[in-house]
Design a protein around this ligand. Sequence first.
Ligand code: PEP
Ligand code: MN
Length: 353
Amino acid sequence: MKDIRPLFNYDAEGPLYIAGPCSAESREQVLAAAAGVANAGIKVFRAGVWKPRTKPGMFEGIGSAALEWLMEAKRIYGLNIVTEVATPDHLEAALKAGVDGVWIGARTTTNPFATQQVADALRGVDTTVLVKNPVIPDVNLWIGAIERIYGSGVRRIGAVHRGFGTHQATMYRNDPHWSVPIELHRLLPHMTILSDPSHIGGRRDLIAPLSQQALDFGFSGLMVECHPTPDTALSDATQQITPESFAEILKQIVWRRTPANADSLRDFRLHIDSIDSRLIELLAERMEVARGIGELKRHHGMAIVQRERFNELLEAAEGRATAMGLSTTFIHQIFSAIHEESVRQQTENIKKS
Ligand code: PEP
Ligand code: MN
């Protein structure tokens, strides 16, 4: 897939930003969002018209009628328009209205039948197609969806990393599993990969750090949900920000251009970076659990440090580590440090209460 081309009319100099509301809700909301996005110097406007929702009864989008509002935004502000399509009917309506590109949502990418149907309907069409990662962290399923789109003849194909569903309680709405998009980049180095910090974080305050992290990992740009009045949004309210806030974030963001042809050293480093961020997240998660245990012990008047428990934990860790080729001394040091911090966090909590 070496002949995959850049998206829209994007010239590959500097990051590509896409912004706009999760859903098109009304003509006024679309035009206000588009005005803000254009004002921030962003050239591509996103808005969902058909929304795949977890449960029936939630706002499922306005449907084709909203496409007219998007086209009005295009006419007034000269923006490129992109929307989600999940079926050949969606695609037909979106193309007929005159969108500049479409994206395949995470749920659709997860389903090869659905992706193939959209791919078949794309035959002979020259447009931009963004493929969001599947809900599960399987790089092959993601590449498979990209191959299906490529097989239709479309060449302006990009990928969007939006994180992966997880049953574990993490700080993110969708676990980033950075190693998956990094592997995608290793396998398809010519393809544009954007990050969607809105759906990864699910929280406004995570957009800035996740955006910087994605650009540091070598992503080519961002797709961010921007709404003129985020608190009143009909979908994904907690993760939407105003276009003005996004413009502020962009001012702070540092873009360090790395060569498009990633060498293997860089790939290894990116992989290490992704593992390190996972380690930090896991440590933060562990400390949070420790604080919970601290509360419980306090409630029952129990001692914070239970020597026996620590010895058991250490022995188990050392056993597992040896089986994986790690030295027991190293594991002993790491776990002692973790345990010490964990005790500190539990006692801090007691001091506070
Ligand atoms: C979206 O971008 O609004 C969306 C529904 O995304 P995803 O498919 O990543 O959940
Ligand atoms: Mn959304």
